[in-house]
Design a protein around this ligand. Structure first.
Ligand code: NDP
Length: 330
């Protein structure tokens, strides 16, 4: 095994961190029980924030970003993993507080890994990535709170993005009618190919609702946008139905009234993919793998390389990436 490998390294600079591709040594990696040869990583909204230095997510530089990865165990000091095992990592603040997946090697805690689900290749696992894994948690939460296929349309906001694309696919594969909100009408055919039955123009829901309660429209919602759109959606939820709040692509602030909760029994469910436990993770991966055919994952994937990341970081923050961008490190 060659001792050096390529990584995207962020260094502290005045405005935004300076990003460059460097040759690192295995001895440069942070501590951990398992050394992984990374073959694929994903691009998530949070990766965009880390690369551009937003949200104070990284406190220590130099830093290797990349909040998820898939690869093969090279060395292991933990009995659960041995060299040659295929593994996946999402969450645990890897790529923020610990060096992440934008490198050909990563050293992490064994507790943070899950085995690569049977039936997925590393590339397809990263086509799912943190975004798709989060979409599965959101759909699961809606079901746990009573969503059934008889209920009517389920809304997905931020539809063309990573969370949105996988959420549409999952909901439609499960037999739900799906409405997709997008600010990019040119993606309508793509969203329909994933299973969206109705395309809702972003302008329709973008602003805070004029009244605390509007006509009841949605039987569930996977929300990747937050902000005024979430406030608007809450006012349009049908009696007793739930919104799974996953994201903040439209802003973190939520200004609403309690009336949807008090008068319609609407439920707002928080979704966190970072710290969720091992069993929840493995069950979600297993379910995802059974539900989404590999070709559908391929159809939402754009392959990029380490050198493309600074440009793609800007694009994802501007909502200009469609589906999932997968970083190939081999
Ligand atoms: P993407 O950028 O891939 O998707 C976000 C989508 O939201 C865009 O493609 C766009 O879709 C839409 N959008 C962008 N800006 C706005 C805006 N100002 N107003 C309304 N819609 C907008 O990001 P991801 O799918 O990777 O992540 C989505 C969100 O989920 C992020 O906020 C991310 O931080 C969060 N997230 C949370 C996780 C958790 O554990 N809770 C885990 C993973 C992600 P379109 O053009 O179709 O309108």
């Amino acid at each position: 095994m060659s001792d050096t490998f390529k990584a995207l390294v962020l260094e502290e600079a005045e405005k935004a961190p300076a990003a460059s591709i460097k040759d690192l040594k295995v001895s440069d990696l942070p501590e951990g029980d398992v050394l992984v040869r990374v073959s694929h990583s994903g691009l998530n909204y949070k990766d965009g924030m880390v690369i551009k230095g937003l949200g104070r997510l990284v406190r220590q530089y130099p830093h290797v970003p990349g909040i998820d990865f898939a690869g093969t165990v090279e060395e292991s000091g933990d009995e659960r993993y041995k060299p040659g095992d295929a593994v996946v990592l999402t969450g645990w603040r890897v790529g923020e507080a610990h060096w992440g997946g934008y490198a050909q090697m990563a050293r992490v805690k064994a507790d943070w890994l899950v085995p690569l689900p049977e039936g997925l290749t590393p590339r397809r696992a990263m086509a799912v990535g943190t975004a798709g894994f989060t979409a599965m948690l959101a759909v699961q939460a809606l079901e746990d709170h009573g969503l059934t296929t008889d209920d009517g349309e389920v809304l997905v906001t931020g539809a063309s993005g990573g969370v949105g694309s996988v959420a549409i696919t999952l909901l439609s594969r499960l037999g739900h009618s799906v409405a997709a909100v997008t600010g990019r009408p040119e993606n309508a055919d793509y969203l329909k190919s994933l299973g969206a039955g109705t395309i809702v123009p972003r302008e329709e829901l973008a602003e805070a609702p004029g009244k605390p309660l509007l006509s009841e429209r949605w039987s569930g919602c996977v929300d990747a946008v937050g902000g005024d759109m979430l406030a608007h959606v809450l006012a349009e939820m049908r009696y007793g139905c739930s919104v799974a709040a996953c994201g903040l692509a439209g802003g973190p602030k939520l200004t609403t009234t309690v009336l949807p909760f008090l008068l319609r029994g609407v439920k707002l469910l928080g979704i966190d993919s970072v710290m969720c436990d091992y069993n929840t993770r493995t069950l979600a991966w297993e379910r995802l793998t059974g539900l989404i055919p590999g070709e559908m994952l391929d159809a939402m994937t754009t392959e990029i390389r380490l050198e493309d990341l600074p440009e793609y970081a800007e694009r994802i923050l501007k909502g200009q990436v469609r589906g999932r961008a997968v970083v190939v490190l081999e």
